[in-house]
Design a protein around this ligand. Sequence first.
Ligand SMILES: [Zn+2]
Ligand SMILES: [Zn+2]
Ligand SMILES: [Zn+2]
Length: 151
Amino acid sequence: MKPHIHSRSHKQQELSALKSRLRGQAHKITGPRAAILEILRKHPHPLTNREILAALPKGECDLATIYRSMHLLEKMGMVKRFDFGDGAARFELVGEGDDGHHHHLVCTRCSAVVEIGECFPVEIEQRIGAANGFKAVTHKLEFFGICPDCQ
Ligand SMILES: [Zn+2]
Ligand SMILES: [Zn+2]
Ligand SMILES: [Zn+2]
């Protein structure tokens, strides 16, 4: 796979700050969990469990451990799950004090990912909510296309 393109600068977080957030939530930081956080910190795009496994030192943990860790980290609000419609859950680190809401532009040929900071005006959600009697309306959305390298 080609290196990912990124347009949005991600706030790099200190691993020590991440570990203290984990500790603050009374969860033991096992070696694998700290190693997973370090991998996510270095990769500013959503990673699948298999990609995380491939990025970890050999023998650090197995796929089942990563699966359980991601489930826990998601519940703790430390990672956000994204779905690119191919059946593989992808995870990205959530910044402190951030809800992690953003979108991606994915190349359908080479799977390159661009981070998209733009979002719908909040009025659209308010209008959709009001028209249907819903409150707290939110959305999930990913964009797909063919990147400059693949054209
Ligand atoms: Zn992202
Ligand atoms: Zn491409
Ligand atoms: Zn949005």
